[in-house]
Ligand binder design. Structure first.
Ligand code: MN
Length: 208
């Protein structure tokens, strides 16, 4: 059994003008595919990992043999992060659940203040990484990780122990450079226009 790049749940041009079609082709067809290929190579080299989901792999990196741990962290993280990224975006924003709306207000006061904190998390991540909105049994917080680390990973692997990401924004240059060049802030602001709140709400409900 090997991992595969999931199809986009919408067309490559569906997120225009906020995320351009060419970026989506490179990002999904080349970058995500490379993570999947490298992850498959690592899992093939460590038979005990066969049959585990990518979420299981990245959540328990201690159980991955040391020889493959770095590859599973980077490429398993890359596969998991991008699979989530495609799903939490969309051409339609969907409806935010009342549970998520209430939790956002409880944690941040209002939606604009949440966006400002999320934006800052993406802007202050030096180099490559991700900005996240996480739930800890329903309580929301914002964080960021480096490279392809994910909040689900233990803190010694760059994660955030116990936090479940429900929304993530890729701030690697490959996610925005064709359209936004050096203007990461403009890209993160545009990202909010393509968030699929119905999907984020569904993911939130699973953390309660
Ligand atoms: Mn990416």
């Amino acid at each position: 059994m090997s991992f595969e790049v999931p199809d986009l749940p919408y067309s490559y041009s569906a997120l225009e003008p906020y995320i351009d079609e060419e970026t989506m082709h490179f990002h999904h067809d080349k970058h995500h595919a490379a993570y999947v290929n490298m992850l498959n190579g690592a899992v093939e080299a460590a038979k005990k990992l066969d049959g585990k989901s990518v979420e299981e792999l990245i959540t328990d990196l201690d159980s991955v043999p040391e020889a493959q741990r770095g590859a599973v962290r980077n490429h398993g993280g890359g596969h998991f992060n991008h699979s989530m990224f495609w799903e939490i975006m969309g051409p339609a924003s969907g409806e935010m659940s009342s549970e998520l709306n209430t939790a956002l207000l409880d944690a941040f006061g209002n939606l604009d203040d949440f966006k400002a904190e999320f934006h800052k998390a993406g802007m202050t991540r030096f180099g490559s990484g991700w900005a996240w909105l996480c739930s800890t049994k329903g309580k929301l917080s914002v964080c960021s990780t480096a490279n392809q680390d994910n909040p689900l990973m233990g803190s010694k692997y760059g994660g955030c122990d116990g936090k479940t990401p429900i929304l993530g924004c890729d701030v690697w240059e490959h996610a925005y450079y064709l359209n936004y060049q050096n203007l990461r802030g403009d890209y993160i602001s545009a990202f909010f226009n393509v968030v699929n709140w119905a999907e984020v709400s569904r993911r939130y409900s699973e953390t309660l």
